[in-house]
Design a binder for this molecule. Sequence first.
Ligand SMILES: Nc1ncnc2c1ncn2[C@@H]1O[C@H](COP(=O)(O)OP(=O)(O)O)[C@@H](O)[C@H]1O
Ligand SMILES: [Mg+2]
Length: 143
Amino acid sequence: MIKKILVPTDGSDYAKKAIEIACDIALKYAAPIYLLHVVSSPAIFHEGAFPAMEGILRVLEEDGKKIIEEAERETKKCGVKDVQSAMVQGEPASRIIEFAKAEGVDMIVIGSRGLTGMKGFLLGSVSHKVFHLAERIYIMVIK
Ligand SMILES: Nc1ncnc2c1ncn2[C@@H]1O[C@H](COP(=O)(O)OP(=O)(O)O)[C@@H](O)[C@H]1O
Ligand SMILES: [Mg+2]
């Protein structure tokens, strides 16, 4: 029995595939889907030391908003009605795990790779870390 499914998305094709698979599972178990995008930015951006960084951060937030809106559209198109989305800032893997724990998520469907897409590695840095940090949460990795 799956109660809450989290799909962390960076807007990559892998994450899009993850949404499709998550939808099938959500429909089977009548489970809600949580979509999460982490605006990945070094901590120094937030310390106010470099005013120019504010602009960069704003651009990243705008991109993030588009990613999450598209993910929401895709999820609803699959027929899942109970969809929640969120955007947070920080280090992606830690934020994904924090979010999953806070929301009581019991399954994470994540892309094996993302936007960097370096061939030769089985997992990207985010999916690798999420896989290792997750405790008592099912992880489905989409190739
Ligand atoms: N900033 C992010 N916010 C939410 N999910 C992410 C983020 N970055 C990566 N992911 C998730 O992790 C998967 C693997 O991405 P990643 O480990 O970053 O691989 P790569 O090194 O190829 O970019 C993605 O398909 C996506 O599901
Ligand atoms: Mg990446």
